[in-house]
Write a protein that binds this ligand. Sequence first.
Ligand SMILES: NC(=O)c1ccc[n+]([C@@H]2O[C@H](COP(=O)([O-])OP(=O)(O)OC[C@H]3O[C@@H](n4cnc5c(N)ncnc54)[C@H](OP(=O)(O)O)[C@@H]3O)[C@@H](O)[C@H]2O)c1
Length: 334
Amino acid sequence: MTGRSMERDARIYVAGHSGLVGSALVRQLQAQGFGNLILRTHSELDLTDGASVAQFFAAQRPDYVILAAAKVGGIWANKSYPADFIRINLAIQLNVIHNAFLAGVKRLLFLGSSCIYPRLAPQPMREEHLLTGPLEPTNRPYALAKISGIEMCWSYNRQHGTRYLAVMPTNLYGPGDNYHPRGSHVIPALIRKFHEARVQGLKAVVLWGSGTSRREFLYSDDMAQACLHLLNLPDDAYSTLLGEDDTVTGHFVPPLVNIGMGQDLTIRELAERVADTVGFAGAIEFDQTMPDGSPQKLLDVSRLWYTGWRAATGLEEGLRKAYRDFVERELSAH
Ligand SMILES: NC(=O)c1ccc[n+]([C@@H]2O[C@H](COP(=O)([O-])OP(=O)(O)OC[C@H]3O[C@@H](n4cnc5c(N)ncnc54)[C@H](OP(=O)(O)O)[C@@H]3O)[C@@H](O)[C@H]2O)c1
């Protein structure tokens, strides 16, 4: 979908542009002709440093902000570094959202994650399920930081009339993913595992958990397209997404839009598809003593579909592209 709201010369700050989502956002913005991007690496601007962030926003005065910088990781990383996950994410959000307000940013998109929803939320999970039950304990510090980010967007919209929107992507994968053997998410971890097993000629691969939990996956370029589609919505359509907080009627809707495919599969089915893509023909076994996380995580994406956007990249095509990217990175690293 082409831009209808953001001007082609708008000053757009993509926080976290070197990451999986950030790099996809930059690719999409450039492809759509937005040439005035403001980009800072982590070492150029540490977003947990309040004074530096204040100085940056006052000097750069971006028109639009996409907050795709965060401390992100899989179950192992979340279990090992809970204090880092809550501290760093809260600090980044506090600094970026408040300074965006001070700098008069027109629209801000805050990237959260589907783990904000209760562990046993009805499936598929709708935006109004936010804060209706206990969270999954393995990533609760991360989820609570993200929930605080949504609440900040909502509160600033109410108190200051800002136009900040939170988007909740499902599990993402794509070029430039983190393939670290322990710190990564499920698809990049499976790609590495099956690739190494094939190269080493192993007969079997053992995976964590029972393989029965259901997950949904979205290709990162689709995620970036969805973000730009939302940021580009005309004013009236965009306004309908910004949340309601009517103490008279008791009608509360957070400024939140789920972004996903709208369909899920079991981890076992996913593993089989990744093994096929990679060309690993051995056995796939499951270590049931390891944790599964939530039994199912599927987003209800009707709010997004209603705005006129649907994901285009199927899992098979996405896995093929992701694996090609992994192989190129492996080859250039050796
Ligand atoms: N990947 C997923 O499956 C997924 C799913 C749902 C939601 N999300 C959300 O999407 C957003 C982006 O995720 P991602 O997968 O693209 O993560 P990523 O690949 O780890 O990228 C995160 C980016 O943030 C930067 N960053 C981290 N800490 C920073 C700091 N203190 N100051 C400045 N920059 C910092 C990183 O820079 P360095 O690498 O140089 O540190 C990197 O550019 C996050 O909000 C995440 O919660 C991701």
